[in-house]
Design a protein around this ligand. Structure first.
Ligand SMILES: NC(=O)C1=CN([C@@H]2O[C@H](COP(=O)(O)OP(=O)(O)OC[C@H]3O[C@@H](n4cnc5c(N)ncnc54)[C@H](OP(=O)(O)O)[C@@H]3O)[C@@H](O)[C@H]2O)[C@@H](O)CC1
Ligand SMILES: [K+]
Length: 497
């Protein structure tokens, strides 16, 4: 499991350790990790041009000490001081002693070159820029001078390495207000911060490397990401004695005369995901049976369809009264229910809260915005707060779709983040497949938070497999939703194998 801790937890762990170590020891560990990552990005340190963007806190101190190490190895290192009188004193001395220079980006203080213009020219000419403007002490959006240098770093050809986290990204949430540094890589210290795993912050961080400096945050992480081994542990495996009921019967109430395909794709996701049997209720029974003769189709309300261990309701339902009746009927059962897509339009918080069995809601940003009564942009810019808010309001587990998927439980457990997906996955019908997949896992007995996170993981992996993109998020070619469903068994084998 990859875990990420909030600023308060990291600070508390730092205090505990600092009390037992000589002064400056943690900063030296951080600087050593930064210098090693810098050397990797540069390829050759000797003769390279390195610029340090140095703010007024310890984040800038880390950059200065790393710069001193690089200067000793023959790099030409220039520190750009954004708050000249307040830069980390010992770090600045160390840099100067190692042969590095400093420019003052503000005011008309001393130094060999003056003013922001010279500093901006240095950034434009650099091979590597180290972003030590702010770390976990950052508050609000970047101030104007810092924002100007964040832009300059982005416009320069230099590789950009963020110290602890890209300046302008909120450590606890991944929110970005205005300008932020866009890094090719980030070296983070002691623990991942939520903002490095959650969009939009994640996109600014590039490749993230964790440098252990000895701190061990206590308590539950704020955010966690399942890894291969975690998913393998959670995946249901049929035993010799398993019959279809033990494997789990999943019910799918989806599709309409207008959108029969959504019903077919939700069934496809469930059939490919280990369900013992799939029952289908809805207007696309003919299409479903034609494609999946193994499905059991029923007429009448879902609650009369026979034994089911979990229901999926919503994909492709019309928004009319029929949809509302179907959702109400399914929510009235005492088994786990997943509500997706049009089904989400018929939700009453009080009805969901009153359920005794788990409910899993799977909105994309637009649907989440409608549920919260806010504009879509607000959900996209504050994804962590949005998913937590929805889970609390509905007393349900919520899976918020996106380039990274977030899964929040109502009782405030760590939010699960998944980034196995690929940009090719943003295609019509892929959400329907996800609902069938997650429904099958619910029917197999997984807890709703596990079912959501494991489904998101497999769905992303299947899409990568189908797109031929390997394990990278941007490779490969187009995929259709049915290709994703067909690739689920392969993704499953990959995890177990
Ligand atoms: N945790 C650990 O174990 C270890 C942590 N270490 C390192 O320490 C870092 C934390 O250092 P920190 O506490 O000194 O805060 P930091 O991030 O440098 O920023 C504070 C300064 O920024 C300023 N500022 C604030 N907001 C701003 C904005 N929007 N735009 C512009 N400026 C803004 C603010 O200015 P002020 O408000 O005071 O005017 C203040 O002076 C951490 O990220 C890691 O790199 C390592 O050395 C190893 C061990
Ligand atoms: K930084």
């Amino acid at each position: 499991m990859r875990t990420a801790y909030g600023v308060d937890e990291v600070r508390a762990a730092e205090r505990d350790l600092m009390a037992r170590l000589p002064e400056g020891a943690l900063m030296q560990r951080a600087a050593a990790g930064l210098a090693a990552a810098s050397a990797e990005l540069l390829g050759r340190v000797y003769g390279s041009r390195v610029v340090l963007l140095v703010g007024s806190g310890d984040n800038g101190g880390d950059a200065l000490y790393a710069g001193a190490r690089l200067a000793r190895r023959g790099a030409g290192v220039t520190a750009v001081l954004l708050a000249p009188g307040r830069a980390h004193g010992h770090g600045l001395s160390a840099l100067r002693k190692a042969g590095g220079a400093a420019l003052e980006a503000e005011g008309s203080g001393g130094g060999t070159e003056l003013g922001a213009e010279a500093a901006l020219r240095a950034v434009a000419r650099a091979d590597l820029v180290l972003d030590g403007i702010v770390g976990i002490g950052g508050k609000g959006g970047l101030r104007p001078l810092a924002a100007r240098f964040a832009r300059a770093a982005r416009e320069s050809e230099a590789a950009v390495l963020a110290v602890d986290l890209p300046s302008g990204v909120e450590a606890d949430s991944g929110e970005v207000r205005g300008e932020a540094v866009r890094a090719d890589a980030t070296v983070t210290f002691g623990a991942y911060k939520p903002g490095l795993l959650v969009d939009p912050g994640r996109e600014y961080a590039g490749v993230v490397r964790l440098v252990p400096i000895g701190i061990e945050p206590a308590g539950a992480p704020a955010v966690e990401a399942l890894q291969f081994a975690d998913v393998a542990r959670l995946l249901p495996r049929p035993g010799a004695e398993s019959d279809k009921y033990r494997r789990g019967v999943v019910g799918i109430a989806a599709g309409s005369a207008q959108y029969p395909g959504a019903g077919v794709l939700a069934v496809a996701g469930a059939v490919r995901s280990g369900a013992g049997a799939v029952r289908y209720v809805g207007a696309a029974a003919g299409e479903v049976i034609a494609r999946f003769p193994e499905a059991l189709v029923h007429e009448g309300p879902p609650s009369h369809a026979g034994r089911v261990q979990a229901w999926v309701v919503g994909p492709g339902l019309g928004s009319g009264q029929d949809g509302g009746r179907l959702v109400a009927d399914v929510l009235g059962t005492d088994v786990p229910v997943l509500v997706d897509a049009e089904g989400l339009r018929h939700l009453e918080p009080s009805v969901v809260r009153a359920r005794t069995a788990p409910t899993l809601l799977t909105p994309h940003a637009g649907e989440a915005a409608a549920l919260l009564g806010v504009p879509r942009e607000e959900v996209e810019s504050a994804r962590l707060a949005s998913v937590r808010g929805l889970a609390a309001a509905y007393g349900a587990t919520v899976l918020l779709k996106g380039a990274t998927t977030l899964v929040a439980a109502p009782a405030g457990a760590p939010v699960r983040v998944n980034s196995t997906g690929t940009a090719w996955l943003a295609t019509a019908g892929s959400g329907d497949v996800l609902s069938g997949l997650a429904g099958a896992l619910l029917a197999a007995g997984l807890l709703s938070g596990d079912a959501g996170a494991v489904a998101a993981y497999l769905h992303g992996l299947a899409a990568r497999g189908a797109s031929g993109g390997g394990r990278g998020a941007s490779g490969g070619g187009p995929v259709a939703a049915q290709d994703v469903a067909a690739a689920i068994p392969g993704a499953w084998r990959e995890v177990l194998g």
